[in-house]
Design a protein around this ligand. Structure first.
Ligand code: B12
Length: 347
């Protein structure tokens, strides 16, 4: 494939982006790799291909999945092609490390490895020696790795707020091993507001900012690694411990509260069980961080995803009520469930 000599700005070209989206959506690995490597050959910096073509295309893939225009299978296939394109760009751009060493990892239970893989490549291109550990790294294994390799920083990714309690444990463990932490990923909230609360030394919204932060005044002065101890209170602990019972009870009562679910087939029942589990996981995360918006943003987002699949908001409202009935003695949880209910009704 030939790509005309191009300037960085042309990556903003909607036609080029649509073409790349079409390739990943068709699972056309060769075309996607050829396009990205042709751009490299045409002089487009690798960083721009990663951040201004592959990353926004993936975000678009997410929108298409959420809108029920693309199936989960198509999304998975597209993500695999994007991973191949990232690897192809990485394989063509060798940079001798001259800065220091960074470990890059997703927190335990976090499977969004592609955003952080892009981050890893940007740091590598910036001259860091990068240890990329990929998805869902259990805290103790992460710390063992730090002891073995002695990096200058650990970059911890959390794309889903439900992983924030684990992120907190990982951040504390890394800092107590003497390694400063830079946090990132949309799970840390708008402008990374939860990262500081969970004790991270720094936060960056994207890979470019992260590279800038690490190339600047790093390492930051390290204070007490335990300055933000376990944040979970009695309510958080109750929701986490009782999770299976809360889910089970809600599911048993669901057909009574929302009769349409009585006729659900096996697949619909599984999806409903998954939705109830997500409600509890987001509620637990919101309780842990003490931030109602973690929960209300999730329920607003879920309502949109369900609506795109023909499930009315009434079903979600019934689910929230069934969980609320079981958490009547827990004021913070009840407040969050009420806020979510009110904003869904307003919408
Ligand atoms: C691909 C994908 C998946 C794949 C991931 C595969 C992989 N190998 O990565 C799979 C199928 C596993 C997946 C699963 C799920 N996903 Co998903 N996924 C996506 C999708 C479509 C793309 C992610 C991506 O690659 N984005 C592109 C990157 C480049 O975007 P980016 O965020 O701008 O990346 C930058 C920053 O995040 C930052 N950054 C990231 N990490 C770090 C770390 C540090 C230290 C720093 C400094 C910066 C940094 O730097 C990156 C580069 O600049 C997104 C949609 C989206 N808009 O992102 C949904 C999305 C993230 N997923 C979502 C959901 C809900 C899920 C599931 C819960 C779905 C389900 N029902 O099971 C599960 C949860 C799995 C889990 N426990 O982790 C939602 C999250 C919504 C929410 N309420 O938070 C999203 C937003 C989809 C949507 N449109 O609603 N997903």
């Amino acid at each position: 494939m030939t790509v005309p000599a191009t300037t960085a700005a042309s990556l903003d070209d909607p036609a080029l982006r649509e073409r790349f989206l079409g390739m990943v959506g068709d699972g056309d690995e060769y075309a996607a790799v050829e396009l990205t490597t042709s751009l490299l050959d045409a002089g487009v910096p690798a960083q721009q291909i990663l951040l201004d073509l592959i990353a926004p295309t993936q975000a678009r893939v997410g929108e298409l999945w959420a809108a029920n225009e693309w199936s989960v299978a198509r999304e998975h296939a597209a993500t695999a092609i994007s991973e191949r394109a990232v690897a192809a760009v990485a394989g063509r751009t060798m940079v001798r490390p001259h800065r220091g060493r960074v470990t890059v990892a997703c927190v335990d239970g976090e499977w969004h490895a592609l955003p952080v893989r892009i981050l890893a490549e940007i740091l590598r291109l910036d001259g860091w020696r990068v240890d990329f550990l990929g998805a869902s790294v259990p805290g103790p294994h992460l710390v063992t790795h730090l002891h073995q390799t002695g990096p200058d920083a650990v970059a911890v990714s959390c794309m889903l707020p439900t992983r924030l309690p684990r992120a907190h444990a990982a951040i504390t463990a890394c800092r107590s091993a003497g390694v400063p932490v830079i946090a990132g990923g949309r799970g840390f909230g708008p402008d990374g507001r939860y990262a500081q609360r969970l004790g991270a030394d720094a936060w960056a919204g994207g890979a470019r900012e992260a590279a800038g932060r690490l190339a600047g005044d790093w390492p930051p002065p390290m204070d007490d690694p335990y300055r933000t101890p376990f944040l979970g209170d009695e309510e958080y602990t109750y929701v986490v411990r009782q999770r299976p019972v809360l889910i089970d009870t809600a599911l048993r009562r669901l057909a009574g509260a929302y009769p349409a679910t009585g006729g659900y087939d096996q697949r619909q029942q599984e999806a409903t069980a998954e939705d109830i589990a997500h409600i509890l996981d987001f509620l637990a995360a919101a309780l842990y961080v003490g931030e109602e918006t973690i929960f209300t943003e999730f329920t607003g987002w879920t309502a949109g995803v369900l609506a795109a699949r023909g499930v009315p908001a009434a079903a979600l409202l019934a689910g929230l009520r069934l969980i609320r009935d079981q958490l009547r003695d827990y004021p913070a949880a009840t407040r969050m469930l009420d806020a979510a209910t009110a904003s869904l009704r307003d919408a």
